[in-house]
Design a protein around this ligand. Sequence first.
Ligand code: CO
Length: 281
Amino acid sequence: MNYRAFDRLIAGQATSDGAGVRLRRSLGQTQFARLDPFLMLDEFRSDRSDDYIAGFPAHPHRGFETVTYMLAGRMRHKDHLGNEGVIEGGGVQWMTAARGIIHSEMPEQDSGLMHGFQLWINLPAAEKMKDPAWQDIPAAHIPETAIEGGTVRIIAGEFAGTQGAINGVNTEPLYLDVSLQPGSAFELPLPDERNAFIYVFEGSVDNATASGHPSASTGMAAIFSGGDAVKLHAGDDGARFLLLAARPLREPVVQYGPFVMNSREEIEQAILDYQAGRFGR
Ligand code: CO
C-alpha cells in the first residue's frame, strides 16, 4: 500500500455569509484553498441564535452543486422553481444548481444548537448548463456502518460494500462522516486518481503513515497527497471528521461569488442572465 500523507493543512477561518451567519470556512478561503472538484466547505455550529437566525435569504447559484449536511437543528430551503423542504439533524440536501437556481436557506428554529456543513462541488463544463435539481435525504435514509472502533455514515459513494445515499454524480464523490473512539484506526483504499481531504470537527486524527505523524485537530481540513489508501488514528479524545474524495475535473475555474464557470465570458453571461430574470425555465 502506498499510503497518502497530509499534503496540506488548512485551519478553518471564522467568517460570515448570507445575512450574517457565522461560520468556519476551510476549503474556499481563497482560490488557492480548493481541491478540484471541491470548491468550498463551511461549518456552522452555534447555540446562539444571533449567530444563525438571519439565515441565507434568496440568492442565486450557477455552475456547481451545494451539499448541505445538518447534524443538529432545522433548515428550510425554498427555490424559485417552487421546491421546498426542511433539512433536519442527520439529513442532507444535495442541490444541483447547474444553469441556475435562486433559493433561500433559513433556520427553522429561533433557539438551540444549529450545526451543519455546506460543501460546494464543481460540475464539469458539459453539465454546468443542465437543468437544476435537488434531493432531500432524511437521516434515516443515510446508511451507517459499524467499523472497529467507530461508525461511518455514507452520504455519497460507496464504503466497504455499502452504497451511500447519493450516487450517479459525474465526479463520483465519496462523502463519509466518520466517528472514531480514542486511539482507533481508520483505513480506506482510495485510488490515486481521486483527490481527497478530511475536515475534522471533533477531537483530532493523526496521519499514522507519515513521518512525525502530523495531526489535524478540530476545525482543520487536511488535504491528502497522492497514494492508494489512507490510514488515520484518532487522538486521545477520539475524532469525528468528514472524508471527501472525487475525480478532479482539470478544467479552468472562474468564480464570481455564487457563480462558478470556466471563463470570464460565462461569468458575465451568468450575471446578465440573473439580472434579466433568466434563471427560471
Ligand atoms: Co445557496
